[in-house]
Design a protein around this ligand. Structure first.
Ligand SMILES: [Zn+2]
Ligand SMILES: [Zn+2]
Ligand SMILES: [Zn+2]
Ligand SMILES: [Zn+2]
Length: 353
């Protein structure tokens, strides 16, 4: 990620919707693909504050009405039904905003979703809706478990539970994952090195790209790297995993314990680690940390090498502050081979304009 600059000269960030120095509204301009100061023209319409751009903008409806987005639409492209930005138009279900606290949790989901889509755009990965002719069509459901009201003794029936996951283009995230207390409880319970909102998005988008780029296209190649996803079946593998736990010494071959469950989860965890790596390398590159590499053009060994070196620095920095390691994965030769598969898949899918 880059940092940006307000018209007043203050440094601004991807998540900002207001400059803390001059109090001007900020937003993402889809024309110059940049965070910008939203300048008001005389008639009150908004305009991109970058002089070379200057297009007329309107705030995304989720920005103007709910303040959970900070992106804008081009004014001439926005009709009555299209006042949602390029990222929000993928939302199929938003949380019930009559429930106290849900707007704040939705905001955290949207911030993570924007980070995800920014990285997909950086890598020029294809995605779109059915109307754009994409199959699978990308959509998000942000939903909470149905509250139990006065029947607290009863366990949740299956249909009342929301499972974070991917099915046929639809990514569902349980709103609970945006609650830091609940999320940390789950992280400790499942002995995970990290559990983050953006991490969920990166994992689920991997299943989306498996369907788009691997299924019925190059499944045999994928089996060579990750194992046979048809045998054992997913449900058998899942049952075994929850009965017996992860394979011993999994660190030699897998990025996480969960990746040992089934080849689909190994692919998803590896793909998510690749997106983590790209995001960290891109940030380091933009802020000018020495020894990095530009992750959209570098080859995989250079990226892995830079990420390992950067990981030592960033982990030590976190430890200095008493935080968990920023880069917990051990990128062994076998893990790097899986990353290479994901790298080649992504590079070959990149859409050249
Ligand atoms: Zn400012
Ligand atoms: Zn602009
Ligand atoms: Zn939006
Ligand atoms: Zn998964």
């Amino acid at each position: 990620m880059k940092t940006f600059q307000c018209r007043c000269g203050n440094t601004t960030f991807f998540e900002n919707s207001r400059c803390i120095s001059c109090d001007h509204a900020l937003g993402w301009c889809p024309a110059c693909k940049n965070m910008t100061t939203l300048a008001s023209a005389e008639d009150g319409t908004l305009q991109c504050g970058h002089e070379v751009c200057g297009v007329l903008l309107i705030k995304c409806r989720n920005y103007s009405v709910h303040n959970v987005c900070n992106r804008c639409c081009m004014q001439d492209a926005a009709g009555e039904d299209s006042d949602l930005c390029d990222y929000c138009r993928h939302n199929d279900t938003i949380p019930d905003l009559s429930v106290p606290g849900n707007r704040e949790m939705w905001l955290r989901l949207e911030e993570a979703k924007r980070r995800l889509l920014y990285t997909l755009d950086l890598l020029k990965l294809p995605y779109g809706t059915e109307a754009d002719g994409f199959e699978p069509s990308l959509a998000f459901d942000f939903k909470a478990d149905k509250p139990l009201e006065d029947k607290r003794w009863r366990s949740l029936r299956k249909q009342e539970r929301v499972f974070t996951g991917h099915a046929d283009g639809k990514i569902t995230i349980n709103l609970r994952e945006a609650d830091p207390v609940e999320r940390e409880r789950s992280r400790v319970l499942f002995q995970e090195a990290h559990r983050t909102v953006v991490g969920h998005f990166r994992h689920e988008i991997a299943h989306f790209y498996w369907q788009m780029l691997v299924q019925d296209i190059c499944e045999e190649d994928c089996k060579v790297v990750f194992g046979d996803h048809d045998d054992p079946s997913y449900s058998d593998a899942q049952k075994l995993y929850y009965e017996n736990g992860p394979k011993s010494n999994w660190q030699a071959e897998y990025v996480s314990a969960y990746a040992t469950m089934h080849p689909w989860e190994d692919f998803a965890e590896t793909f998510a680690t690749y997106l983590d790596m790209v995001s960290v390398l891109d940030t380091a590159w933009n802020v000018g940390i020495n020894g990095g590499c530009e992750p959209t053009t570098a080859d995989l060994p250079a990226m892995v090498d830079a990420y390992i070196r950067l990981g030592v620095v960033l982990n030590e920095t976190n430890r200095a502050m008493g935080l968990i390691d920023l880069v917990p994965e051990i990128l062994t030769t076998m893990v790097a081979a899986k990353l290479e598969y994901v790298h080649d898949l992504i590079r070959s899918a990149a859409v050249t304009p």
